[in-house]
Design a protein around this ligand. Structure first.
Ligand code: NAI
Ligand code: MG
Length: 360
């Protein structure tokens, strides 16, 4: 019997409540079945926290996140809070604040195409069948956070916008470590994406990755310029195993890779700190267009539970059991609206969650 571990459960807003209810059902089931000793504690974040407490990240919520062994988050935001100043909105003041304050710099975004969903991809089935890529994105540095930044007025009265693209060596090394170790656990190939032909910051990035490769003789490191990487992801996506890149390039490439798999409703993610503690969440947002209708696909969140068990809780068997159950449900032809195609059985959010539990 393991010792008691705490999971912070933050449903958030919109479909966050619906998908989290299903993910929690699955997690509680697996917790009992495998005797994991997990203690789930719920808290508000995002718009629902603004409504209840006037802040997107109440101190009690942050305190729970800070002491939890892992955090499971649904999604935040919605039209109701869009009129607030950016700094107070659910996304910036809730989600990004957790990432920043806990230094969750290592973002893992797998893009896996389930063979049962080959028709849902925007590419031809033969190009994507069996696709299994892991994009490792640096999440708390780079041009999204670099100083100085702003919009200034020049002497001639014209306005000028500017941001700073900056990474220091230790920031590059710590994301490199996450990526090299992930490659060791997978197919042994790592592609580092940069723009080293133009940007000094990524020339340093490339040098550091090359230097680190000496410590990982079992990983084959290659480099690619980001413009070519965008092209190669669409041309021949299966050439990639693990991809590592900075914050902005990773933001763009991981969204592109997501679409290769058909639906954002299938994609989990992890954001880790230096100790491997992390926050797990689906890649999608709060989907206000379908919120409250029992239509959302809960599988991205259920697969995030599996990632959490694998990466932060060292419970690979429990993680595998969930992933196998999801695969079985897809084999049976059960589909929420976002992955539905004729010949399959349309199910709602709750029915999908129930089906995963039945398949466990
Ligand atoms: P979105 O991901 O919420 O929705 C995009 C489209 O995908 C919508 O048509 C939606 O119905 C569909 N979709 C998303 N998740 C789905 C699921 N599980 N099952 C079925 N269909 C699904 O992105 P959008 O519309 O740009 O943003 C909506 C709100 O979410 C905004 O307030 C935005 O700021 C916020 N957001 C929050 C994120 C987070 O919490 N991590 C990430 C992205 C957006
Ligand atoms: Mg994005």
């Amino acid at each position: 019997m393991s010792t008691q571990r705490t999971i912070a459960v933050l449903p958030g807003d919109g479909i966050g409540h619906e998908i989290m209810a299903e993910a929690v059902k699955v997690l509680e089931n697996i917790n009992t079945r495998f005797g994991l000793g997990l203690n789930l504690e719920h808290a508000l974040v995002g718009g629902s926290a603004i409504d209840a407490h006037g802040s997107a990240l109440p101190e009690a919520t942050f305190e729970l996140c800070a002491r939890a062994d892992a955090i499971l988050l649904g999604a935040v935001g919605g039209p109701k809070w869009d009129k607030l100043p950016v700094a107070e909105r659910p996304e910036k003041a809730g989600l990004l604040e957790i990432r920043r304050r806990l230094d969750l710099f290592g973002n893992l975004r797998p893009a896996i195409l389930y063979p049962q969903l080959a028709n849902a991809s925007s590419l031809k089935p033969e190009l994507v069948a069996g696709l299994d890529i892991l994009i490792v994105r640096e999440l708390t540095g780079g041009i999204y956070f670099g100083q100085p930044r702003g919009i200034r007025i020049l002497e001639n009265g014209e306005r000028e916008g500017y941001n700073t693209y900056v990474y220091n060596e230790s920031q590059i090394r710590r994301i490199g470590k996450v990526a090299f170790e992930a490659a060791q656990k997978r197919g042994g190939r790592l592609c580092s994406v940069d723009k080293a032909n133009v940007l000094e910051v990524t020339m340093l990035w490339r040098e550091v990755m090359d230097d680190m490769a000496k410590d990982y003789p079992d990983v084959e490191l290659s480099h690619m310029y980001v413009d070519n990487a965008a092209m190669q992801l669409i041309r021949e996506p299966k050439q990639f195993d693990v991809v590592v890149t900075g914050n902005m390039f990773g933001d763009i490439l991981s969204d592109a890779a997501a679409m290769l798999t058909g639906s954002i409703g299938m994609l989990p993610s992890a954001s880790l700190d230096v100790n491997g503690r992390g926050m797990y969440e689906p890649c999608h947002g709060s989907a206000p267009d379908i919120a409250g209708q029992n239509k959302a696909n809960p599988l991205a969140t259920i697969l995030s539970v599996a990632m959490m068990l694998r990466y932060s809780l060292a419970e690979p068997d429990a993680a595998q059991a969930i992933e196998d159950a999801v695969s079985k449900v897809l084999d049976k032809g059960l589909r929420t609206g976002d992955i539905f195609s004729p010949g399959n059985t349309l199910v709602n959010t709750v029915e999908m969650g129930d089906a995963v539990i039945a398949a466990l």
